[in-house]
Design a protein around this ligand. Structure first.
Ligand code: GLN
Length: 294
């Protein structure tokens, strides 16, 4: 596919995340993409089973689980939904909000919370997920910024439990391994507003699915969210492993019609933390197949 070949020319345009050795070791020449439509047709590029860590895309999953367990208002009373705003933690798609939400996850321990989220993830992807312990061990020892955020949250009564427990929960879920095929299935479930188009299983409420997509669109790509909302126009969430989760509710052009889930992985990220080749692939796909919601 011409789009794939063009996107692959950008793989060396980024560098793997340097602050986590296991990520820094990844070859930037890796490129995988998986698209699944509402009829179960898959479009595959590279190794769609290749494993990488969820990193910030865990924020999407954790937000969904917290909303489904406690109800949306409970979560929004504690975490804002603005891209930037003073006061309570900004939003679930950036670290302050995500660390706050980590302690809202069901369970009385780090293990319980992580197991709950893994079970939820398994139901969507129909595949097992494990923690990359090497990534976890390194990051938990060096995540000084996240600890500082957590102590700030504690000092301002946004974090009602142990700081270390919040950080450990958050970092363990960042270290969960997934694939672009898994992301395609998650994206398809979101496109179905919580009903999985392939199984018709009601996995989450439409209300949670819709606000999750809104947050991905407004805050999913950090300081490039506005730029990509304009140039691509679909809900996306990126992670520093060089992966992107996308969801399309109404594809209009042959071959990519109706509901779609898209997962992309290419470890070379830009200064903002988004995969260079991954974003180029999605941008060219959106332009060629008119995927934008605008
Ligand atoms: N675990 C990373 C962190 O909290 C995730 C960052 C990311 O994927 N953008 O710093």
């Amino acid at each position: 596919m011409e789009i794939t070949n063009e996107a692959k020319t950008y793989t060396k345009g980024g560098k793997p995340a340097s602050y986590i050795p296991e990520l820094a070791l990844q070859s930037v020449e890796q490129f995988a993409a998986c698209i699944v439509d509402q009829n179960g047709n898959y479009f595959e590029v590279g190794n769609i089973e290749a494993q990488f860590t969820l990193q910030s895309i865990s924020k999407v999953i954790n937000f969904i689980v917290a909303c489904e367990y406690h109800g949306l208002q409970f979560v929004l009373d504690k975490v804002d939904v603005e891209p930037t705003a003073p006061g309570k933690p900004f939003n679930p798609m950036i670290n302050a909000g995500a660390i706050t939400i980590a302690l809202m996850l069901p369970g009385e321990s780090v293990k319980d919370r992580v197991d709950y989220v893994v079970d939820f993830l398994n139901r969507i992807t129909d595949s097992p997920h494990q923690i990359n312990e090497a990534v976890y061990r390194f990051e938990i020892e060096t995540t000084h910024r996240n600890r500082a955020i957590a102590y700030y949250l504690k000092a301002n009564d946004y974090l009602l439990c142990d700081v270390e427990e919040a950080v450990e929960t958050y970092i363990r879920l960042c270290s969960l391994e997934v694939s672009t095929k898994d992301f395609a299935k998650i994206g398809l479930m979101l496109a179905g507003n919580g009903v999985h188009p392939l199984t018709n299983e009601k996995l989450i409420t439409p209300k949670t699915a819709k606000i999750t997509k809104a947050l991905m669109t407004t805050c999913g790509l950090y300081n490039a969210s506005g730029k990509y909302a304009a140039s691509i126009g679909i809900p996306m969430k990126s992670g520093v492993s060089g992966s992107v989760l996308c969801t399309v509710s109404n594809g209009k052009v042959e071959h990519l019609k109706g509901k779609l889930g898209i997962g992309v992985y290419s470890p070379g990220i830009d200064d903002i933390g988004n995969s260079v080749a991954g974003m180029k692939f999605i941008e060219k796909l959106s332009q060629a197949y008119d995927l934008s919601i605008f």
